[in-house]
Design a protein around this ligand. Structure first.
Ligand code: CMP
Length: 131
């Protein structure tokens, strides 16, 4: 059984979309096995998004992810990493298909509502970082 990690970002929490987003993973048939609400510090955000440190949008990304409480979850199921990424849609909300979380609720980056691990190694590292 594969595990993945997601963050429901501050803008989604603020808009009251926690239940809607978690419900999409559950309705798909995936299981939420750990869940918590917390605020991400700037230090932790710098590590989490360290691979984007050289990008022009890095400071805006740090500001967005630390702007308020987030909800973090571990999600389990067969091919959970790929299923979750399909459910959330393309990184750029403009390219995210309608029916996906980003396609339905987001209009522009960095406010794309959800982060999800992109590979088994990142899922493991992100689960260890946040849980
Ligand atoms: P996430 O899946 O959390 O991983 C990196 C984040 O960087 C991404 O979602 C977006 O929130 C943000 N991001 C990616 N590309 C851009 C961009 N061109 N401008 C602003 N933010 C971006």
């Amino acid at each position: 059984m594969e595990q993945t990690f997601i963050i429901i970002k501050p803008e989604a929490v603020k808009r009251g979309l926690i239940g809607e987003i978690l419900g999409r993973f559950e309705r798909k048939g995936l299981r939420i096995t750990r869940l918590k609400m917390d605020t991400i510090s700037e230090d932790v955000a710098r590590v989490h998004y360290g691979h984007h440190a050289d990008k022009p949008f890095f400071s805006g990304l740090l500001k967005a992810i630390t702007a308020g409480p987030v909800v973090m979850a571990i999600i389990e199921g067969p091919n959970a990493i790929a299923h979750v990424r399909n459910l959330i849609g393309a990184t750029n909300p403009l390219e995210a298909a309608p029916g996906t979380i980003r396609g339905d609720f987001a209009v522009e980056n960095p406010y794309n509502m959800v982060h999800a691990s992109d590979a088994p190694e990142t899922a493991k590292a992100e689960i260890e970082r946040f849980f």
